[in-house]
Design a protein around this ligand. Structure first.
Ligand code: BES
Ligand code: MG
Ligand code: ZN
Length: 475
């Protein structure tokens, strides 16, 4: 179902969200009384006004800035507020009317992202469901393309959130691969799944070690979207951490507030498949490949143990000093695989370190990169447009020195301080191409609602990457 539609005529008595400039003397959507109330509200410095004349509900949103990324974000947040009001009043359909289409689009985005629910496991999901089902944008100049883009971004964000919210009881590595195949078929991209024997035969030692204590087999997933006339000669590769649950392994995590939300540890994988879905649905002019190593990090009689030495896919030997630093082990094998693809750029997404979360909280992604300024500027531009902020950390040699082992090529454990950087240095060892690393441990999973980002999986990274790839497809 497409949530957002453009219309060019108002339906009678339909619930309405009206955007007005802060000093507006008139609006085609408000009568004299309503304008009076609007002026009163502005005196109190209110940013929105709720009106109900018994027949029709109107929410007036007051816009006081000029268009910028800051205003877009304010409007998304206003959209979330409207969503709450509309659902409280059991409104099923609403129309947004504005003096500027781009404002309507930003508000609609926030509104629909806020309307997300994960209710499939209630015995009576229908009773829990929000009333709101449809958003219209009134405007003559909005193109089908803009609407399709918005709906695709929403679908992809919902998809990533759904996968993150799915518990490991219902989503193991094999089931995750099944989901990828289904999504690939739907959107039009290829999915190849390596099973356990192929992974063993290929000697993906990082993935195999992490999976040793598991009751279910690992998978390695290769997704490819290759249009006939792609702009890029070399593929863009997206890599996602697919740890469907992270107990910490024998270096066991304590609960609560540590292990209890670790179903989110495949949020990187969710970004990759959701972005693949969007790229294929929008028929972007780009050759894009997605890689996901998937397993849980469990405890069992065969679990790998602190002190073990393992041999990675690329031949590097690693002394495992903490089995909870598992993400880097499985990602390293995927990053080594990516070398064979001769990539233009590799971007990896991972709920990799508590250190990233401690450094910047849930407000941003820890970003580290080895790519040219042109690509870097573009990704930062996208991060502001969609308001998924990035904080860059340096890839200094000292953090790699922390990983020295006296019995193997390296260890998997740096110091606690700056741990997001030593983790990235570990990964860097397995790359030989332009590379961007997104540690999303902070923003991937919310413990409370935050405007248009619900409790649980947020889908962070999805809107960022769709915007970034859209830029690349237009270059
Ligand atoms: N999945 C965790 C990181 C994480 C923490 C994700 C919080 C989301 C929220 C990762 O596998 C992990 O356990 N990292 C360890 C690494 C350490 C042992 C070097 C950590 O950060 O504590
Ligand atoms: Mg861990
Ligand atoms: Zn993990």
């Amino acid at each position: 179902m497409k949530f957002v539609t453009a219309i060019n005529k108002l339906k009678t008595n339909q619930a309405l969200i009206v955007l007005v400039k802060s000093q507006a003397k008139s609006s085609p959507f408000l009568n004299a009384d309503e304008l009076k109330m609007l002026h009163e509200a502005q005196k109190d410095k209110r940013q929105h006004l709720y009106l109900n004349n018994g027949k029709q509900i109107k929410i007036v949103v007051i816009v006081s800035d000029s268009m910028s990324w800051e205003l877009s974000e304010k409007l998304r947040k206003q959209g979330a507020k409207c969503c709450q009001i509309l659902n409280e009043h059991k409104i099923e359909e609403v129309t947004i009317a504005s003096f500027d289409d781009s404002l309507s689009l930003a508000l609609a985005e926030g509104l629909v992202l806020a309307n997300y629910q994960f209710i499939k496991y209630f015995s009576a999901p229908d009773k829990q469901a929000n009333a709101l089902q449809h958003v219209n944008i009134l405007g003559n100049d909005i193109s089908d393309k803009q609407i399709q883009y918005l709906n695709t971004v929403i679908d992809a964000t919902y998809m990533a959130r759904n996968l993150v919210n799915e518990p490991q009881s219902h989503l193991n590595a094999v089931q995750l691969s099944e989901a990828f195949k289904k999504i690939g078929k739907q959107a039009g991209f290829d999915v190849e799944v390596w099973n356990e024997s192929k992974i063993n035969a290929q000697k993906m030692g990082g993935l195999m070690a992490v999976n040793k204590g598991s009751k279910t087999p690992p998978t390695f997933n290769i997704m490819e979207y290759k249009p006939k006339q792609a702009k890029n000669k070399k593929p863009i590769v997206l890599v996602g951490k697919g740890v469907v649950y992270d107990t910490g392994g024998l270096s066991l995590k304590p609960t609560p507030m540590s292990m209890d939300h670790m179903k989110c540890d495949m949020a990187g994988a969710a970004i990759v498949v959701a972005v693949m879905h969007a790229v294929a649905s929008l028929k972007m002019n780009l050759h894009v490949i997605g890689l996901v190593p998937a397993t849980d990090n469990w405890i069992g009689e065969n679990s790998y143990a602190p002190g073990d030495v393992i041999t990675m896919y690329d031949g590097t030997t690693v002394e495992v000093l903490n089995t909870d630093a598992e993400g880097r082990l499985i990602l390293a094998d995927a990053l080594h695989y990516a070398k064979k693809l001769n990539p233009e750029l590799v971007c990896d997404f991972a709920t990799l370190t508590g250190a990233a979360e401690r450094a910047i909280g849930p407000y941003a992604t820890a970003f580290m990169c080895k790519a040219n300024d042109n690509l870097k500027n573009k990704v930062f531009e996208s991060s502001y447009s969609v308001f998924e902020r990035l904080v860059e950390f340096p890839l200094w040699q000292e953090y790699a020195d922390e990983l020295k082992s006296n019995i193997a090529d390296m260890t998997n454990l740096g110091k606690g301080e700056g741990g997001q950087i030593s983790a990235a240095k570990f990964l860097e060892h397995f790359t030989d191409y332009p590379w961007m690393h997104f540690d999303i441990a902070g923003p991937a999973f919310n413990h409370a609602v935050d405007a248009y980002k619900p409790k649980g999986g947020t889908g962070v990274g999805v809107r960022l990457m769709i915007d970034f790839l859209t830029q690349l497809s237009q270059k």
